[in-house]
Design a protein around this ligand. Structure first.
Ligand code: HXC
Length: 257
């Protein structure tokens, strides 16, 4: 697929995907979604790729779903097309991926950042769910993921007033893993992705699955699920290799099986 709205680059075992609609501050329209679905599916299917980074520009990760595309829609067309369907394909990516957010991450932009396994923010990042100012609500998971990340009080305040949250507050509130100077964002995100890419791939995938289960399951069920995945990894060559390498005081060489 030829991409018009995103750039995709493989750097070693890390896929860097860059939103590239600068004139619209990376607003997310249907074309962007299609390209992202394709790029994430290709990343997941490529054995040479082990972690991905999704980023935007220094001014905007993404300023939201494309308002100009939505403006003329009515209920029937939104419902018939199940508008926003397809984002589940992005969140069903099995390998780990990081959102590297600089500048505005508003509305759908904030929601896509929250679809990542974690967010690394530039110190100029601004997160917000300003949909209420457009007469609507979050529609790509924001009311759920923001609440799970920062709790009811901040999620309610942000979604009801549309106020933006800066990077420092976002880190303090648990929305982002780490804040770095905006100028070093891509380097820091790539370094983190490379560290993940150097881990046993099946263990990385299983870790992601376990932690995501915490959002779906009661504790006892989640712990049982974790234990089964843990047991399952003892059927892999990489478990033998990882433990033998530790005992033999050498670096492990992962096979991904
Ligand atoms: C379409 C957008 C856009 C968006 C910006 N642009 N955001 N186009 N959809 N979400 C376009 C502008 O129209 C403008 O195009 C160009 O990008 C530059 O934007 P400016 O407003 O001129 O830039 P600036 O003054 O720097 O302000 C930046 C900004 C502002 C604060 C981020 O653009 C803004 O408030 N954008 C909307 C943010 C928002 O409401 N997001 C939520 C969207 S709803 P032209 O052609 O005029 O130069 C959403 C829904 C989720 O995400 C699900 C529920 C339905």
């Amino acid at each position: 697929m030829n991409y018009e709205n995103i750039l995709v680059e493989q750097r070693g075992a890390v896929t860097l995907i860059t939103l590239n609609r600068p004139k619209a501050l990376n607003a997310l329209n249907t074309a962007v979604l299609k390209e992202l679905i394709d790029a994430f599916a290709a990343f997941d299917a490529d054995d040479s790729q082990r972690c991905a980074v999704l980023t935007g520009s220094e001014k905007a990760f993404a300023a939201g779903a494309d308002i100009k595309e939505m403006e003329s829609q009515g209920f029937a067309s939104m419902y018939a097309s199940n508008f926003f369907q397809g984002w589940e394909k992005v969140t069903s990516t099995r390998k780990p991926w990081i959102a590297a957010v600089a500048g505005y991450a508003l509305g759908g932009g904030c929601e896509v950042a929250m679809m990542a396994d974690f967010i690394i923010a530039g110190d100029n990042a601004q997160f917000g769910q300003p949909e209420i100012k457009l007469g609507v609500t979050p529609g790509m998971g924001g009311s759920q993921r923001l609440t799970l990340a920062v709790g009811k009080a901040k999620a309610m305040e942000m979604c009801l007033t549309g106020r933006m949250m800066g990077a420092e507050e976002a880190e303090r509130s648990g929305l982002v893993a780490r804040v770095v100077p905006a100028g070093t964002l891509i380097d820091e995100a790539m370094k983190t992705a490379e560290a993940i890419a150097a881990m046993a791939p099946l263990a990385a995938m299983a870790t992601k699955e376990q932690i995501n289960a915490a959002f779906e399951m009661p504790l006892a069920q989640g712990i049982a699920y974790e234990r089964r995945l843990f047991h399952g990894l003892f059927g892999t060559e990489d478990q033998k290799e990882g433990m033998a390498a530790f005992v033999g005081k050498r670096e492990a060489e992962w096979k991904g099986r």
